[in-house]
Design a protein around this ligand. Structure first.
Ligand code: MRU
Length: 362
């Protein structure tokens, strides 16, 4: 069974504290929006889809026991709290997308005379809870589309009818821990393994928070995948030496032109992949695609405390007094991206806006 980062039943939410992994496996109760905001901001739960799901479910557990005088007061509470949750981490767009969708539902229900306040609350809870199932289904579809795209490219490059097992590289953590389950980029790896086509997966350490060494490595060992950890500084050497067929990473926000914000270090991996002629894929649900912004220049990049760089746990590794710059994400230009793998198919960055717009219309 794969790892479970989020445990939810109506009225109760717990998250696996990712700050303690891999040393300790401990679930933390999330009793409402204030707890939700804190666990997201402190990165006890992280990964763009998981941030959105935990944020919204924290609101669901908060309103579950509450009674509201009117639909207007329920709507006001939802709006204020959803906006607050969006502020916990600014780069990943998934929480904002979820907030917009839930608020639009709340607006429609407020106007609907056939719906009373109790029914409106029920409908809100149902919509929030549906996110868990949908995320897993989307990730499975991403995995299937991504594995197929990688195997097709490898077969075409070899002029063979079918690809043999492949070696892939991933960055940061995009697995069960970053989602409701299965994972996005790690879902592609999982699917390759299910097809018997995964020869090896390399994961980067992902400094400074070490999502790769602590979380992805933990998931890969848990799943018994053939896997090797490399440091971020080894990627060029790895691509030169190890015959890696493709790089596959996640996304926190993809702009309309395909520019992609993802964990810091992604951009340099894409540059190195281009140099070595290795296809570079981004795997992300449609909830990570922000068609409102034309390019990556419009993405706000979260900057995190110096301490994440200067310390490993309680141990200081940087010289006291040195200045630090700690952007949590970078933007990979669309020109370096081979394909964007979504639950609805794989798109070249240049096709993305038109294709997604069409999909959303149907
Ligand atoms: O800072 P984090 O750990 O939340 O960053 C996570 C990433 O950058 C992931 O690649 C991204 O959120 C996609 S997770 C499916």
């Amino acid at each position: 069974m794969s790892l479970q980062s989020i445990k939810y039943t109506r009225g109760s939410l717990e998250i696996l504290d990712q700050l303690l992994l891999p040393v300790q496996s401990k679930y933390l109760p999330v009793r409402g929006v204030e707890d939700g905001w804190k666990v997201i901001n402190k990165m006890q739960v992280r990964g763009a889809p998981a941030i959105a799901i935990v944020g919204c479910l924290s609101l669901a557990v908060e309103i579950h026991p509450e009674e509201f005088d009117s639909k207007k007061s329920l709507r006001q509470e939802l709006e204020g709290k959803l906006n607050y949750l969006v502020s916990a981490r600014p780069t990943a767009v998934n929480m904002k997308m979820a907030a917009d969708e839930l608020l639009s539902l709340a607006n429609d229900l407020t106007k609907d005379d056939n719906v009373d306040v109790a029914a409106m609350k029920q409908r809100f809870l149902n919509a929030t809870e549906a996110m868990l199932k949908k995320d897993i289904a989307d990730n499975r579809a991403i995995g299937a589309h991504g594995a197929k795209a990688i195997l097709q490219l490898v077969a075409a490059a070899a002029g063979a009818p079918m690809a043999g097992p492949v070696r892939v590289l991933t960055h940061c953590n995009t697995g069960s821990l970053a989602t409701a389950g299965y994972g996005t980029a790690l879902g592609v790896v999982r699917q390759l393994s299910e097809l018997g086509k995964l020869e090896h997966v390399y994961c980067t350490e992902t400094r400074p928070y070490n999502q790769g060494a602590r979380l992805t490595a933990y998931e890969l060992v848990h799943e018994k995948f053939p896997a090797t950890l490399v440091l971020d500084s080894m990627v060029a050497a790895l691509l030169r030496a190890k015959n890696v067929a493709a790089v596959v990473v996640g996304a926190d926000r993809v702009a309309a032109n395909g520019d992609t914000a993802n964990k810091i270090g992604t951009y340099q991996i894409a540059v190195v992949a281009k140099h070595h002629g290795v296809p570079f894929f981004v795997a992300a649900p449609l909830t990570s695609i922000d068609l409102h912004i034309p390019s990556g220049d419009h993405i706000i990049i979260e900057e995190r405390p110096d301490r994440e760089m200067t310390h490993v746990g309680e141990h200081r590794i940087a010289a006291p007094g040195i200045n630090c710059w700690n952007p949590a994400f970078d933007v990979t230009p669309a020109s370096l991206i081979t394909g964007i793998i979504t639950e609805r198919g794989v798109f070249q960055p240049a096709q993305l806006k038109e294709a997604i717009t069409k999909l959303l219309e149907t």
